[in-house]
Design a protein around this ligand. Structure first.
Ligand SMILES: Nc1ncnc2c1ncn2[C@@H]1O[C@H](COP(=O)(O)OP(=O)(O)OP(=O)(O)O)[C@@H](O)[C@H]1O
Ligand SMILES: CC(C)(CO)[C@@H](O)C(=O)[O-]
Ligand code: BAL
Length: 303
């Protein structure tokens, strides 16, 4: 695959998108409008990101990925400072995956006057789970996603889709709400979690796990899959046993583990009954130097 074109400014990105869509429209087969797929990332790309680009490539004429470590969503300066930055390798992965354009702006391009005074407020949905452990995180995520959706918005008639991983389930639910509540034009597409052969969800921060911590971290997907098996078997979910299993692993400190509604992330009350509706098991834990999140859909109908 050829190397994608890298754009550093929002104006340059908009122009490149217009040119690429116009070229598709001119060479098209009479379809009403070409389509654009946007894949926002913070770089340090892995197979999880690759799945987002693959999904965007399969469904759209033009694919844009963004690589921007957004300072606004980090509540911990140390986490921001050490976040892995690997642009050269990222461009190679994006080229191999067939992305056409890569938007890699500076902080000054996105926040020319420093941190913005006006931000998207993530509300009650943004204050639970990840929001409780990372205050301000989702306001920062939604603010930068709003900006990215504006920058890439097609100026010609075009379908417009944006791709996000289900690994960040609360983020995905919030972005869907923002797009609905604030009338953004983009369709939001969620892509299933990609896991390593040991079951651990791919994450840019996994590079900080040594072998012992990585082994310990596999208790997280194991506990989630046990709940999924129970949902499919039609037996009551034993959340307490799943929590105890994680807590028995000495290297793992659990922040939360709950069973929630997939859209609202409201906790579900089980009453010792089998699950009768789709739900999501959701957790976060600190493993050695890293904080990990993971989740798994629970669907009784899939049994
Ligand atoms: N394992 C995965 N499977 C599917 N999508 C993923 C996976 N990991 C990340 N993504 C998605 O990729 C997009 C960019 O995520 P991001 O750049 O923050 O990577 P990350 O691996 O989640 O990093 P970290 O968790 O360390 O912040 C998000 O939409 C995220 O949900
Ligand atoms: C959506 C996102 C790129 C916004 O910075 C980030 O939160 C992420 O990588 O999940
Ligand atoms: N994938 C979520 C980005 C973050 O952890 O800040």
């Amino acid at each position: 695959m050829s190397a994608p074109r890298v754009l550093r400014t929002a104006a340059g990105l908009s122009e490149a998108i217009t040119d690429a869509l116009a070229a598709k429209a001119a060479g098209g087969t009479g379809d009403p409008a070409p389509s654009l797929g946007l894949v926002p990332t913070m770089g340090a790309l892995h197979q999880g990101h690759r799945a987002l680009v693959d999904a965007a490539r399969a469904a759209n004429d033009v694919v844009v990925a963004s690589v921007f470590v957004n300072p606004l969503q980090f509540n911990d300066p140390e986490d921001l400072h050490r976040y892995p930055r690997t642009l050269e390798a990222d461009l190679k992965l994006l080229g191999d995956a067939g992305a056409d354009l890569v938007f890699a702006p500076s902080e000054a391009e996105v926040y020319p006057d420093g941190p913005p005074l006006v931000r998207i407020h993530s509300g009650e949905l943004g204050s639970r789970y990840e929001g409780r452990f990372r205050p301000g995180h989702f306001d920062g995520v939604l603010t930068v996603v709003a900006k990215l959706l504006h920058y890439a918005q097609p100026t010609l008639p075009a379908r417009y889709r944006a791709y996000f991983g289900q690994k960040d389930a609360q983020q995905l639910a919030l972005i869907r709400r923002m797009v609905m509540d604030l009338d953004f034009r983009a369709e939001i597409v969620g892509v299933p979690v990609v896991r390593g052969t040991d079951g651990l969800a791919e994450s840019s921060r996994n590079v900080f796990l040594d072998a012992e911590h990585r082994r310990a971290a596999t208790v997280l997907p194991q506990a989630l899959f046990a709940l999924q098996d129970q949902a499919r078997a039609g037996v009551p979910l034993d959340l307490a046993a799943a929590v105890a299993r994680v807590q028995a692993e000495p290297h793992v400190d659990l922040d939360y583990f709950d069973i929630v509604d997939p859209q609202t992330l409201q906790p579900l009350v089980m009453d010792g009954q089998p699950l009768r509706r789709p739900a999501l098991a959701l957790l976060a834990a600190r493993v050695g130097p890293v904080r990990l999140i993971d989740n798994l859909p629970l669907d009784p109908a899939a049994g």
